[in-house]
Design a protein around this ligand. Structure first.
Ligand SMILES: [Zn+2]
Ligand SMILES: [Zn+2]
Length: 216
């Protein structure tokens, strides 16, 4: 407990600038993602049923991406991705532990939400090229549906993860879905278990598939 308090104090002093606003960070992530989703959907024209039927498949692909990204580079130092490892394993997991899950003020959102540069990377460096590839190999509609699903997934990740790190007594913290999914993520936040169980942050589909889901 004392360790977490000390870590938080030092992290805030070193990494969270005086002009940082947690709510502005939250709003930027939300507005930019929602605009990208709306744009992608607006580009879908008279989709065939089989094209729409691919949306759940894209959702599962995103769930696997979340799983392997988290199980891999977020918890194991990989060349070129060391920053992700540092921010997640060394910082996020020490700022928030299984017995200290909640942010103490909106300034602590800085240690939950991805920094804006990662938002640019997800949208420009991941969703766009993959959407183009899907559009090129399949149909333009498929490409836009992929982009819309990928960014929607990213935003649900951000919103859900943020809600697990709100006080349990807050209105978000009391929502049924948040309580259920927070239990899954809280077990993962135990420093002794973070490299072995509960790698899905949103819905524990891949965890169930690969036998890494822990409930106790
Ligand atoms: Zn977390
Ligand atoms: Zn983790």
């Amino acid at each position: 407990m004392g360790d977490v308090a000390a870590f938080r104090m030092q992290y805030r002093a070193e990494h969270i600038g005086p002009r940082y606003s947690g709510w502005l960070h939250f709003a930027t992530t939300s507005v930019v993602s929602l605009a990208a989703i709306a744009f992608a959907i607006s580009r879908v024209h008279a989709p065939h049923a089989w094209e729409l039927a691919m949306v759940p498949v894209f959702f599962i692909v995103a769930n696997l991406g979340e799983y392997f990204g988290h199980r891999g580079p977020m918890h194991h130092r990989r060349r070129g991705l060391a920053l992700i490892f540092e921010r997640h394993t060394l910082q996020h997991h020490h700022f928030y532990t299984h017995d200290r899950m909640a942010a103490e003020s909106p300034r602590d959102f800085q240690m939950v939400l991805f920094p804006p540069i990662m938002l640019v990377f997800f949208l420009g460096g991941l969703a766009t090229p993959l959407g183009l590839l899907v559009g090129f190999l399949g149909t333009p509609n498929l490409g836009w549906l992929f982009a819309a699903t990928a960014v929607s997934y990213f935003l649900s990740y951000e919103w859900l993860h943020w809600s697990y790190h709100q006080p349990e007594s807050s209105w978000v913290g009391r929502l049924w879905l948040v309580r259920r999914l927070r239990r899954h993520h809280t077990i993962h936040h135990d420093l002794r278990r973070m490299t072995t169980v509960n790698f899905n942050i949103t819905f524990p589909i891949a965890d169930t598939l690969f036998g890494t889901s822990a409930r106790d």
